[in-house]
Design a protein around this ligand. Structure first.
Ligand code: IPM
Ligand code: MN
Length: 381
């Protein structure tokens, strides 16, 4: 385990430090995390935010060092931090849990009760979307239950095999889980221009589980008469998203549907590599890219770090809302704007977007954009 401090802000009245745990993860994780920390250092300077980073090992590196991909001390240490920057994990390559292979992503979401996975997908100026339409939507994915075997049981796994030829999987839907994710979606929709929520489900087949989910979302919808509400079946939803994503604003759904739809929506916006994502609960939040660890390109310095950089921006804004610290909220918005500014030009794009800019060079461009944004003055809302 290593610890390092970011450069101090140097401002006259030192603001409250933002303490971030950094977990690099597997595959391209170390590269995109390094890129993200460069951008965070730049935004810290720009807004006079004192940032402190502490690195801990997870994933295959932690398995080699500590015998587990998710060492026990990590959860214990979380209380010392304001948030986590989490790199992607390659849990497909992990051994079974008995041999130390725990999915850090699932463990953190469940153990810290980070029930709302907030996943924006929006087209950017100058970057032609593959779907041919501009859009700006937000997927609000339930994160702590559903079909995820590591989250649905108190003891044991949500998947089991009664005989060698039969495999079963449980899908857990609760009233509390559905109500709180619905509330997150309506709260977020209430702050957006369109003010529309679409609940996505499969209640025509999963009558009991998605029936309960819809019942809860409908109850919450009653509390927000100013927000338009509609429902869509998940299969139809994939077609509607491809046909015209601009008809949607906030999409609320259960864990696995949200996992799948968010990859679709971000790819429709230009690339899965652009998709920011925040795992948030009542007390804590984690910045985590939507994409995986891309082991095929690991170490080549070509991965697009925009997703994790944007996620870190969301984390700063989330901490800012809780602390009522406008600088952090502005810093989050500035990161998102800087990414969009950089991507306007084809010569600034990474390989997934048809360009040849590398991971570190892209981070430098975003850091430069943050600095020139500073020269425009304080109107960063
Ligand atoms: C995601 C990922 C994770 C998930 C994996 C890494 C467990 O696909 O964040 O979308 O399925 O939730
Ligand atoms: Mn996913």
């Amino acid at each position: 385990m290593t610890a390092e401090e970011a450069a101090p802000s140097g401002s006259a009245a030192p603001p409250d430090t933002v303490r971030l745990m950094v977990l690099e993860g597997d595959g391209i994780g170390p590269e995109i995390v390094a890129a993200t920390l460069r951008v965070l250092a730049a935004v810290g300077e720009r807004f006079g935010i004192d940032l402190a980073f502490e690195h801990h090992l997870i994933g295959l590196a932690a398995l080699a060092a500590h015998g587990s991909t998710f060492p026990g001390h990590i959860i214990g240490a979380v209380a010392n931090f304001d948030g986590i920057v989490l790199g992607p994990v390659d849990h497909q390559r992990y051994p079974t849990p008995e041999l130390g292979g725990l999915n850090p992503s699932g463990q953190l979401r469940k153990q810290l009760d980070l029930y709302a996975n907030i996943r924006p997908a929006r087209t950017l100026p100058g970057l032609p979307p593959p779907c041919g339409r501009s859009f700006d939507l937000l997927i609000v994915r339930e994160n702590t239950e559903g079909f995820y075997a590591d989250r649905s049981m108190f003891v044991g796994s949500g998947e089991f095999m009664p005989t060698p030829d039969v495999a079963l999987s449980l899908r857990k839907i609760t009233r509390d889980g559905s109500t709180r994710i619905a509330r997150s979606a309506f709260e977020l929709a209430g702050r957006r221009a369109r003010r529309k929520v679409t609940a996505v489900h499969k209640a025509n087949v999963l009558r009991v589980t998605d029936g309960l989910f819809l019942e809860c979302v409908r109850e919450v919808a009653e509390e927000y008469p100013e927000v338009e509400y509609e429902e869509q079946l998940v299969d139809a939803m994939t077609a509607l998203l491809v046909r015209d994503p601009s008809r949607f604003d906030v999409i609320v759904t259960t864990n696995m549907f949200g996992d799948i739809l968010s990859d679709l929506a971000s790819e429709l916006s230009g690339s899965l590599g652009l998709a920011a994502s925040l795992n948030s609960g009542r007390e804590f939040a984690i910045a985590q890219a939507q994409h995986g660890s891309a082991p095929d390109i690991a170490g080549e310095g070509v991965a697009n770090p925009a997703s994790l950089i944007g996620s870190a921006g969301m984390l700063l804004a989330w901490i800012g809302e809780r602390r009522e610290d406008q600088r952090l909220i502005d810093a989050g918005a500035a990161i998102s704007r800087a990414i969009a500014d950089v991507l306007r030009l084809p010569q600034h794009r990474t390989r997934d977007l048809g360009g040849d800019v590398g991971t570190a060079a892209f981070a430098d461009l975003v850091a430069d954009a943050l600095r020139s944004d500073a020269s425009k003055g304080e109107d960063v809302a």
